[in-house]
Design a protein around this ligand. Sequence first.
Ligand code: NA7
Length: 549
Amino acid sequence: MRSHADSNTPSDVDVVIVGAGFAGLYMLHRMRGLGLRARILERAGDVGGTWYWNRYPGARCDIESIDYSYSFDEQLTHEWRWTERYAAQPEILSYIGHAADRFDLRRDITFGTTVTSAHWDDETTAWTLTCDTGAALRATYCVMATGCLSVAKQPDMPGLSDFTGRWFHTGRWPHEPVDFSGQRVAVVGTGSSGIQAIPRIAEAADFVHVLQRTPNYSMPAQNRPLTPDEFDTAISDFAVRRRICQESDAGVPHPPPTQSTFEVTPEAREHRYEEGWQRGGINALSAAFTDFFTDEEANRVAQDFVRRKIHEIVSDTRTADLLCPHHHIGTKRTCVDTGYFATYNRDNVELIDLRTQPIERVTPRGLQLAGRHVDVNAIVFAIGFDAITGALADIDIRGVDGVELHDVWAHGPRTLLGLQTAGFPNLFMVTGPGSPSVLSNMLISIEQHVDWITDCLEHLNASGVDRIEATEDAQDQWMDHVAALAADTLYPQATSWYLGANIPGKPRTFMPYVAGCGQYRRECEQVVADGYAGFRLGHPSRVGGGNRP
Ligand code: NA7
């Protein structure tokens, strides 16, 4: 493919990519494959994205390692050996580092650079990105590979600056080991991060106070080492396994359910849930019946099963009661744990209910709750992220006529396929709002988006144009479709980060596409088969749409 270096465009590179996680690295690799000049701008000191930042004890993927890996290079697949069913953060980070080395990606990455603005110039068909370092880069295309969970929610509690101990955010964990031995620790938050970290911190610390605002459903990981035989078998069939993931709803290689909850007897239902619980993993229960996410009564049966399990595991009845969630299971991200509920049987762990004893302020020695002071040496905030749109909202993005993405998304993100927003030509998002993103195995969704964008750029080149933009009409239709699909499920009923409900003032829109990876892939393929239907190719004010000599 012809690089714009050969033409009269003023761009420094053809493609600028923001973010060096799984998405950005694969994007860079594919761009090189097209013969384009590409560069990644990355805030962190190295590759890894979410796995670079989330180094807290117990950090582990909730998708099986074999499926949470790249599939684009057969040799890479065969040379890397995952050691556990669910890889821990250090192993995943090593894998990403290995991929970066293997394809010599680091030489086209600028680390330690935060992109602060991205402005489009329709005359020159170029994005200009400026960085906190003062550097600027011009590119014909800009790909935001900024991640769905990359902006940590700030613990803006009064008094925090006066705290004399150490405090941490799970999503910004220090690189050096944190020693909790002999310490009294407060953990705020019981989402996936808290639920993974609490058992590990409890093993190390003198005492742990868990400050819970909302209890969550958590499935046992049933994590274990992968035997060489098991690994070899999975890998020998990797292409088939990956195809099944791509066609599935959640991007995992399990057969979809065929029966609804009340089609089977109560005994058969219990048996199937028990099987799921023993197998473990994020879809331990949700994969059992077709109506899990859509039927309130069906969902309630699954909730009851987990509440019974919590009471079986946790010896103190009051603590078990407090740990029992009451929202529709699955509508907030289901957690996956190793020994989470059993941790509350330890003598050095106390669960505090923030609904009855809210945090009033941080003091120099701990946390002042309503009616009680909790003395601690360290506070761990596992309070989540400004999810899905946070990283884009942090950048001053301006499209045609200087229109700000911030304004266009004031009432919630608007995209076509989660790939582009009307008014922002040549700006692509990887796993943006309106695509399956966080409801899927991210690796499946990332590879699909990167491949789609790569094919698109190849098509533009073959067509002699270098501008593509989603149309308002197609975007409106897509957004209506995404909303209608979500409305048929229980998802929008929860106050979840899928809806932006965890960030004060954030517009509440259910952001992910719920109909699954397979259906979404077909939608994307149809758009291409219809000649990029819904996208305007070429410059609207130029004859033939072309910009290039
Ligand atoms: P989550 O899932 O957003 O969980 C954050 C937790 O922190 C959740 O229990 C929140 O309670 C709690 N929280 C948030 N703010 C506060 C304040 N101000 N006070 C007390 N408690 C608070 O984030 P995670 O990092 O655990 O997981 C994010 C995803 O990363 C995860 O799903 C995986 O995909 C990877 P709430 O429910 O809002 O009442």
